[in-house]
Design a protein around this ligand. Structure first.
Ligand code: GLP
Length: 248
């Protein structure tokens, strides 16, 4: 795994965005895997700036990592909403090219199968953007997830439910399940770009990079991928062993 540390989360995200843009530039495999959460927001902001300056992503298909089970797509806490407002609209994507697991479908297991089939049909994405949970999860692959797992319905851990509680202060129950791309699905991307910032991610980042490859830290599976890069701010990198500096 390669590690790039920049002085701020904004700069780390901007650098990650330039890499993503470069990987999509020749248009030969216009499939981008997108993550939700706060961590990739600076990345999307920089991509939007590049689009405003002429980068054309209109042929790109966006494939989301995950979605809550049972939350309607119109709910502002749904990942459908996040992908539309933070990614599809600012990046000028064709709405017909935006694919988010249908977590609110009557049969979420069938929705998971459709998402997996769509990703397989294109041979995996060119580049997958990832965040990381404080417990080392990627997408919603919680600790215990197998390296061979594919897109499926998962139960969220108590930690994750507690972390999400802050978004559900109006009495709506916090979702307890999600549809997530599996670990094998994520690893089928040609390139992986993970962004993390803040000291709350430092332990998970350290375990992902320096720990054993183990289901206890699903992000550690990135060690098995031929091209995974972590873009970090100094706080997220604070528990890492000495790094070889990468020039700005
Ligand atoms: C959720 C998402 C993950 C994301 C994680 C961290 O659990 N399913 O894909 O990486 O949150 O979110 P944040 O970047 O807001 O810390």
């Amino acid at each position: 795994m390669k590690v790039i540390v920049r002085p701020t989360a904004a700069e780390a995200g901007a650098e990650a965005a330039r890499r993503v843009a470069g990987l999509l530039a020749d248009g030969t495999h216009p499939h981008l895997g997108v993550a939700t959460g706060d961590s990739p927001l600076p990345l999307y902001a920089e991509l939007a700036r590049l689009v405003a300056s002429g980068l054309d992503l209109s042929a790109v298909h966006a494939h989301a990592l995950d979605e809550y089970v049972g939350l309607p797509a119109a709910d502002p806490r749904s990942y459908h909403w996040f992908v539309r407002h933070h990614i599809a609209v600012p990046l000028g994507l064709d709405p017909a090219h935006v694919h988010v697991p249908e977590g609110a479908a009557p049969d979420p297991h069938a929705a998971a199968d459709r998402h997996e089939a769509r990703l397989r049909a294109v041979g995996g994405v060119q580049v997958q953007i990832l965040g990381i949970g404080g417990n080392g999860h990627i997408g919603f692959n919680e600790p215990g997830s197998a390296i061979g797992s594919t897109t499926r319905v998962v139960d969220l851990t108590a930690d994750t439910i507690a972390a999400n509680q802050r978004f559900f202060t109006d009495g709506t129950p916090v979702p307890r399940q999600a549809v997530t791309q599996g670990v094998a699905t994520i690893l089928s991307a040609r390139h992986l770009v993970l962004v993390a910032s803040g000291e709350g991610k430092a332990r998970a980042v350290r375990d992902a990079l320096h720990g054993p490859v183990t289901p206890d830290c699903p992000a550690s599976y990135l060690q098995t991928h031929p091209d995974a890069t972590l873009y970090l701010d100094p706080a997220a990198a604070s528990l890492l062993e000495a790094l070889v500096p990468v020039p700005a």
